[in-house]
Design a binder for this molecule. Structure first.
Ligand code: AMP
Ligand code: AMP
Length: 361
């Protein structure tokens, strides 16, 4: 694994007065770039031909590095270009979707604003579960085999696929039927079936709180909440039940976008404590713990119990709903703060205090 000492070595060659914030062109790149620009930092977009139009129409990247596919981020030549531009990379969902966490941990010799080890924890459901349980959070039950299913479960595929191919089942029989249907629709493959993760389906509403752990301030901040807009589950209600039965629909959860949310104020007490506990636990799992943004994926029941079914130890695209400002950020910062900018502010501060090595891995 690339050590912090090796990264510190890379940083010693940097001209930190010209520090650039870099990321892959997708997911929350616009959020990250805008924040960097507003904090007076330079920006680098590593971009595929398909997405280049985005960073032309929203001209926030000072440099565009073209690659054919996201895997090429690991090419020595691309990494050298990033280092020569004094780049700190901000990892987002595309890093974990298109690269393995092993590759990020072992092959990416560019400083990242985030904890590589925790990205690795996050990528594995068992490790993730251990982290959240250690933090004292309430989690949905898991079922080891489909035969154990004794209530509503959500069947999940491995990796950050944004809910693609997920489905619900309520018994072993319905599980088998659904699997067949999903294979037929091309949403999952035969190989996927073995890797399916079965989780208790929490009946409630989803809420995705966004946090920021500042190493410099030793503080966990609450920046906002979103809910997801998922296809086709979120529009099934527009099809009357009779037609739903007729069509025999098996809904999926493909992420299409996000919707901002504010929560009943009394729920904040629990959510704020949850953020603190997750950060405390992370410090013990992998020093220095979470660096910067993280998000919990929760479902809140009618008893106002908050179940956490996932954690992202990095910026989530749901923070895009706060670009510009959002209610919870406004309460602390007033106007014009959001995740991308909060990240850049931490970096700017670290440069001034000569502490940049403390906030990257
Ligand atoms: P993309 O570059 O759009 O394919 O996204 C990269 C990864 O991030 C995929 O795994 C997506 O599922 C995930 N992702 C993209 N946008 C969002 C979003 N708004 N919310 C949650 N996940 C997302
Ligand atoms: P994930 O890939 O874990 O983020 O899940 C994608 C979507 O599936 C979420 O946004 C929820 O709509 C739904 N979901 C995931 N896990 C659960 C759960 N245990 N109970 C209820 N809904 C869930």
């Amino acid at each position: 694994m690339i050590t912090r000492e090796e990264i510190a070595e890379v940083l010693r060659k940097y001209d930190t007065r010209k520090l650039a914030v870099g990321t892959l062109g997708s997911h929350s790149a616009l959020n990250i770039f805008k924040g960097a620009k507003e904090e007076g930092l330079r920006t680098v977009c590593v971009c595929t031909p398909r997405n280049e139009i985005i960073y032309r129409k929203f001209p926030l990247a000072d440099h565009i590095i073209r690659i054919e596919n996201f895997q090429q981020l690991l090419d020595e030549e691309i990494q050298e270009q990033l280092r020569s531009l004094n780049t700190v990379l901000v990892p987002h969902g595309s890093f974990t979707a298109y690269l393995s966490t092993e590759e990020i941990m072992n092959e990416l010799y560019v400083p990242i604003f985030g904890n590589r080890q925790l990205l690795h924890w996050e990528a594995n459901r068992e490790r993730q579960r251990e982290w959240l349980l250690k933090a004292g959070l309430k989690l949905p039950r898991v079922f080891r085999t489909p035969k154990e299913i004794d209530g509503w479960v959500i069947a999940k595929l491995p990796g950050a696929r944004g809910g693609k191919g997920y489905f619900l089942a309520s018994s072993y029989e319905s599980f088998k039927k659904k699997v067949e249907a999903m294979i037929k629709r091309g949403l999952i493959t035969e190989e996927d079936v073995e890797k399916i993760h079965l989780q208790e389906y929490i009946v409630g509403v989803n809420a995705y709180p966004h946090y920021f752990h500042s190493i410099l301030e030793n503080e966990v901040e609450f920046l906002g909440v979103d809910r997801r807009y998922e296809s086709d589950i979120d529009n099934l209600g527009r099809i009357p039940a009779r037609e739903q039965l007729e069509a025999d629909v098996t809904p999926s959860y493909t992420i299409v976008g996000n919707i901002p949310l504010t929560l009943r104020e009394s729920l904040l007490a629990t959510l704020l404590e949850m953020g603190d506990k997750v950060v405390e636990t992370a410090k013990k799992l992998a020093f220095p713990g979470i660096i910067g943004p993280f998000c919990l994926e929760t479902a809140i029941t009618s008893n106002l119990e908050i179940y956490t079914f996932e954690i992202s130890a990095r910026i989530v695209a749901g923070t895009n709903v706060g670009i510009g400002t959002s209610p919870y950020v406004y309460l602390k910062y007033g106007e014009k703060m959001y995740m991308g900018r909060r990240i850049a502010r931490e970096m700017g501060k670290a440069v001034k205090q000569n502490k940049i090595a403390e906030i990257v891995t």
